[in-house]
Design a binder for this molecule. Structure first.
Ligand SMILES: [Fe+2]
Ligand SMILES: [Fe+2]
Ligand SMILES: [Fe+2]
Ligand SMILES: [Fe+2]
Length: 278
């Protein structure tokens, strides 16, 4: 049972479930602040932070769904957009108008209800798929490299293989009870490697097609934001590192290679077409 009293089913993905719980705790805290009579000026930043946290969650969830092969991920992303617009309008109104304490309480209750309903009704639509895709067995690689990951540009493929290897190593370290500090250092190292990789990839793309490089660099910026947000959630205890690696980071890297990189390299003629991949 969530803190707000709404029963929200688990989706089978620990990262999504952890961030769902954190969001519901957050909105519950805001409701309590409003009921306790906190001044509007003190509560508004909390509403803003909640909207930011919800937006980050939506982006993470959409990426996991896309990388998991959920056919309805685009429709789900539209539901996120609608909910995000509705919530954003409400919070804008609070910021711009001198509303009463009762109205603040009403808005907090509305956000709680809207979010819970989304998690119960819409997020429930993909739960069966995620529950049916088991995590790798203990000791097995989290990301098993296959030729289907290759872009055909050897330096880029080498970096992708290295990143997959680091994520696999991080998965093993994070699962160990005594290796947390070491695992956190490795997570930071993964972040450095990711940044260096994105820079290298943009140099290759810019040389081949400056126009395409602009949109690709924008997707790198978005992915870095998602990676950094995940690190923040781990650091603040919202999600354990082991869960973040297993249920978010592996999808993040697969999405980067298969959804972001391969189609762009293919269009630029730098990648073998899928039928040529053995
Ligand atoms: Fe969600
Ligand atoms: Fe959702
Ligand atoms: Fe890449
Ligand atoms: Fe890329």
């Amino acid at each position: 049972m969530a803190p707000s009293g709404h029963a929200v089913n688990e989706t089978g993905n620990g990262f999504i479930d952890g961030t769902h719980s954190a969001l519901l705790r957050h909105v519950h805290d805001i409701r309590e602040q409003c009921v306790d009579g906190s001044p509007r000026a003190a509560v508004i930043p909390c509403f803003d932070a909640f909207v930011g946290e919800m937006t980050v969650h939506f982006g993470h969830e959409e990426l996991i769904l896309r990388a998991s092969g959920f056919a309805g991920w685009e429709e789900h992303a539209e539901q996120h957009q609608t909910l995000g617009r509705q919530v954003g309008r409400l919070v804008d109104y609070l910021r711009e108008c001198d509303v009463s304490r009762e109205f603040l309480c009403t808005v907090a209750g509305t956000l709680d209800h809207a979010l819970s309903q989304h998690e119960i009704k819409h997020d429930g639509a993909y739960a069966a798929l995620l529950r049916a895709s088991p995590a790798p067995e203990q000791g097995a690689d989290l990301i098993a490299w296959t030729p289907g990951f290759e872009t055909g540009v050897e330096p880029i493929d080498a970096q992708h293989r290295e990143l997959a290897g680091l994520v696999n190593e991080l998965h093993r370290l994070a699962a160990g009870v005594h290796d947390r500090a070491e695992a956190m250092v490795l997570l930071e190292r993964v972040g450095h490697h990711v940044r260096a990789h994105f820079d290298a990839e943009e140099r290759v793309m810019r040389a081949a097609s400056p126009a395409r490089c602009v949109s690709h660099a924008a997707s790198h910026t978005q992915m870095l934001g998602q990676f950094d947000a995940m690190c923040g959630q781990v650091a603040s205890g919202v999600v354990p590192l082991e869960v973040a690696v297993r249920d978010f980071l592996r999808f993040w890297l697969m999405d980067h290679i298969l959804v972001c990189d391969r189609p762009h390299f293919l269009v630029m003629g730098l990648v073998r077409p899928p039928e040529a991949v053995v």
